[in-house]
Design a protein around this ligand. Structure first.
Ligand code: PBG
Length: 289
């Protein structure tokens, strides 16, 4: 990212400040148990409010739906790959896994959707950075793991991907695969310097996906999936689901309309799913929506 900005603005001096967040540091507990919003974003946001850095690059999916006062998402990039990848030494796809196979994954969303199609699987918690997760698979702890395709691709592990799970089985997390560039709200110089990174279609899709998430009050800690896409005519399609953690119940639906209606469509789809059983599911895991 620093390289891309430097290339676009040769006269700018771009300095990289690497910060670690609570989400990077606590690697021995499932994200759902660490809890709290902004696990991967807070430290970076504080650095911007303190004027220590001018912008922060996040995975959009790590960003809470509410941005702190004084900060904005200045640009959302093209989605690298929204999907979830199946990685395994011995099996080519989920349907090839033997009965009771051990699958490692870090998220309730993946757990629920895997169990919906294969209730026999043993889903095991798996956290850590991508290298650690692949090392645990290679050490034989699991028959397969499922993790974001974008994370694997960005870190050069694309060849480890056996299949991308189809969206009919696995809806991604809100914003998965896109990056969000956050900066101070009034910083006109930075806002215009990062404008070139902005993907118009993805920005609209993110509005719908984040409106959906805002309405169901979830983060990547709850079994919720959503995927929105804008076509060449500016029409948006949204697919979303709310699942029980055991995958036994999945409320799923879709919505279509003009891109200008992205937020309203996302919110309405959330309400439809909450009314169709989603509210009850979230209540069971302690969330009132
Ligand atoms: N929950 C952690 C996280 N946040 C962003 C990514 C990479 C994918 C992306 O940038 O959307 C990952 C890893 C994963 O889910 O496997």
């Amino acid at each position: 990212m620093a390289e891309a900005i430097k290339k676009e603005h040769p006269s700018c001096c771009v300095e990289l400040h690497e910060l670690t967040t609570k989400g990077d540091r606590i690697l021995d507990a499932p994200l759902a148990k660490i809890g709290g919003k902004g696990l991967f974003t807070k430290e970076l946001e504080q650095a911007m409010l303190d004027d220590a850095v001018d912008l922060a690059v996040h995975s959009l999916k790590d960003m809470p739906t509410e941005v702190p006062d004084g900060l904005v998402i200045g640009a959302i990039t093209t989605r690298l790959d929204p999907g979830d990848a199946f990685v395994s030494a011995h099996y080519a796809a989920v349907e090839d896994l033997p009965v009771g196979a051990r699958v490692g994954t870090s998220s309730l969303r993946r757990r629920a959707q895997l169990l919906a199609v294969r209730p026999d699987l043993t889903i095991c918690d798996l956290r850590g950075n991508v290298n650690t997760r692949l090392a645990k698979l290679d050490a034989g702890e699991f028959d397969a793991i499922v993790l974001a395709a974008a994370g694997l691709k960005r870190l050069g592990f694309e060849r480890r991907i056996r299949t991308i799970l189809p969206r009919s089985v696995m809806l991604p997390a809100v914003g998965q695969g896109a990056l969000a560039i956050e900066c101070r709200a009034g910083d006109a110089a930075i806002l215009s310097a990062i404008e070139f990174l902005r993907d118009a279609g993805m920005t609209t899709a993110a509005q719908a996906e984040r409106a959906f998430l805002r309405r169901v009050e979830g983060g990547c800690q709850i079994p919720v999936g959503v995927y929105a896409e804008v076509d060449a005519n500016g029409q948006i399609s949204i697919d979303a689901m709310i699942a029980s953690v055991d995958g036994q119940r999945i409320c799923r639906s879709d919505a279509h309309g003009a891109g200008e209606q992205a937020e309203a469509l996302g919110t309405a789809l959330a309400e439809e799913l909450l009314d169709a059983g989603g509210r009850e599911i979230l209540k069971e895991i302690g969330i009132t929506a």
